[in-house]
Design a protein around this ligand. Structure first.
Ligand SMILES: N[C@@H](CCC(=O)N[C@@H](CS)C(=O)NCC(=O)O)C(=O)O
Length: 235
């Protein structure tokens, strides 16, 4: 049976921006595993009922159905041990730090900057749901939450540990990219696909890392459709 990744899509089916799904796409490419994607919309909860889950990514691999991006990376390491992503034991436990750093620090800083671009990139059928659920989460309207200046300075401070790592090696995982790089790069793909905001200056060591990440796996990230590729979609 083919391997299938349920992947969030936007106003065009080919516009794929979920930071969690991007982690998994890089992880699958790292392992050299083929897969198809199944485009999914925020409001299409029924399509995930088989997995007893309401979010993507969901990976169906033969008889196995795996939910949650971090659990999918762990599953891939258990099932396909060549080219480890997270490692085992203490290494896998430490890698969890990168998951939380990506989600709680990098992603939330970026969200302040790109939230209105994100709304624009989302399929019109999902926009009311996105607005309602996120306004509830943020405790304010999207317009009130949107604050690029605040988001960019928050992100600049949050990138310090990443800059430190990149002084030592080309990738967070060393000379070659690994699970930590993919966990951290998901949010950068998210922002790149929906927005043209310059999150990082060219002089920043993080910029060089982003460029290397975009080139990996035959330009997986660089080839991805962006909102600017859709005629008339970007203000
Ligand atoms: N912890 C989950 C989070 C996944 C997640 O939040 N995915 C978003 C797409 S970026 C989603 O499906 N959201 C559905 C919703 O908001 O209802 C993971 O790592 O996979």
């Amino acid at each position: 049976m083919a391997r299938v990744l349920y992947d969030l899509c936007g106003r065009d089916e080919a516009l794929r921006f979920s930071p969690y799904c991007w982690r998994v796409r890089y992880a699958l490419a790292h392992k050299g595993l083929d897969y198809e994607t199944q485009a999914w919309h925020f409001t299409d909860k029924e399509a995930l009922a088989f997995a007893d889950h309401d979010k993507v990514p969901v990976l169906v691999d033969g008889d196995a159905t795996v939910t949650d991006s971090y659990e999918i990376l762990r599953y891939l390491d258990r099932t396909y041990p060549d080219k480890p992503l997270l490692g085992t034991g203490a290494a896998a436990a430490r890698a969890r730090f990168f998951k939380h750093y990506a989600e709680r620090t990098l992603q939330s800083a970026m969200m302040r900057t790109i939230v209105m671009d994100l709304l624009n990139a989302i399929d019109p059928r999902d926009r009311d749901y996105f607005r309602e659920s996120r306004e509830k989460r943020f405790g304010r309207t999207l317009e009130e939450f949107h604050s690029p200046a605040k988001g960019l300075s928050q992100l600049d401070a949050a990138l310090e540990p990443l800059r430190g790592c990149l002084k030592e090696a080309d990738f967070v995982d060393g000379d070659q990219p690994g699970g930590a790089d993919y966990l951290l790069f998901g949010p950068f793909m998210w922002a790149r696909v929906v927005s043209t905001a310059d999150l990082v200056s060219n002089a920043d060591p993080v910029h060089g890392w982003i460029e290397r990440m975009l080139d990996l796996h035959d330009g997986l990230g660089r080839r991805a459709m962006r909102i600017t590729d859709i005629e008339g979609a970007y203000r």
